[in-house]
Design a protein around this ligand. Structure first.
Ligand code: ASP
Length: 318
């Protein structure tokens, strides 16, 4: 976005909120723009968040409740319950949240707990820390009343056993095997919050952590500018602190679409991987404009806007 447009947009947001106050005072039914976007085909999750935003619920609560749909879905093999395990057969989850105040919380390599985005929120709100890892995070969850659950389903156990026979302990790095959910929610107070939650790469090394729980890589929000989330090969997102980069590019005046494209091209231009891999970003600015871009084709995201929840196809480098 050009600087002039950006300044105009900031001006128009200011004008809208003063108009909104005046209309409210005159008892008009002014409906502010609310919007929720989420990575991949996470239809039900995004719908849940969108409906909550329409009811006036804050962006962080909506995002955490939205992503919980996928955390609890045994059919999603890259998030929460039913997520693919590491190479030793243990399911370990990563998640983070960030709100409009710039507060954030994150949990890494957590076992036996389903709703890790909610746990990340609890780390943010109930501890003096930002990140908790492993057993410490699990113990904290139990002390907060979370139920212990075996995250390995019969199906994911079977798939892992099959992989053991043929894959010689390489993690699966390809363009299809990603369903990590990252979600951005713009609420009625024009505040943006977000959440990101994953079981990470299928059959990763024990202890591997990707981009998803790392503030600035998997997710970043600056409520003066907008927010971004990432999905795909975490190692490549980490190297460019991807979500932070997208938000900083928007701060410099780019639209969400332009910012996602520039951040993806940064990865591609410095790529040293021999194999094909996927990374995708989605972003939203304070005005409620959205954008997305990916390296490989096939990435889609959900967009809840004005009561409609639509799947959108993203353009890609290749
Ligand atoms: N970004 C996640 C990770 O690297 C994986 C994914 O999005 O599928 O852990």
């Amino acid at each position: 976005m050009k600087r002039r447009n950006f300044i105009f947009d900031i001006f128009s947001v200011g004008l809208m909120s003063s108009l909104s106050t005046k209309l409210k005072a005159k008892n008009f039914n002014f409906i502010p723009k609310v919007r929720s976007i989420s990575t991949w085909k996470t239809k039900e999750a995004n719908h849940r968040a969108g409906l909550m935003l329409d009811k006036g619920i804050d962006g962080l609560t909506a995002a955490v409740a939205g992503v919980a749909v996928e955390e609890e879905n045994p059919k999603n093999s890259t998030v929460g319950y039913g997520g693919a395990p590491d190479r030793t057969g243990k399911v370990t989850l990563d998640a983070c949240v960030m709100n409009h105040l710039g507060d954030c919380g994150s949990v890494l390599a957590v076992e036996n707990i389903v709703n890790v985005a909610s746990l990340a929120r609890d780390v943010m709100e109930k501890t003096p820390h930002v990140m908790l890892a492993g057993k410490g995070a699990e113990n904290f969850a139990i002390s907060e009343g979370y139920k212990e659950t075996n995250l390995l389903t019969e199906k994911s156990k079977e798939d892992w056993k099959k992989w053991l026979e043929s894959e010689k302990y390489r993690p699966i790095i390809n363009i299809e095997n990603h369903d990590t959910i990252g979600m951005l929610c713009l609420d009625k107070n024009n505040n943006i919050s977000g959440a990101c939650t994953t079981s990470g790469l299928a059959y990763k090394m024990r202890g591997r952590v990707g981009d998803s729980p790392i503030i600035g890589s998997g997710l970043f929000i600056d409520n003066n500018v907008g927010g971004a989330v990432a999905t795909g090969l975490g190692e490549e997102v980490l190297k460019t602190v991807g979500s932070f980069l997208v938000v900083e590019l928007m701060r410099q005046g780019r639209s969400p679409q332009e910012a996602c494209e520039a951040a993806i091209k940064r990865i591609v231009s410095s790529n040293t991987q021999e194999n094909k891999f996927q990374v995708a970003y989605i972003a939203m600015n304070k005005n409620g404009d959205v954008g997305s871009y990916s390296i490989e084709p096939g990435f889609t995201y959900m967009d809840y806007f004005r009561g409609q929840n639509k799947e959108k196809i993203t353009e890609s480098v290749f």
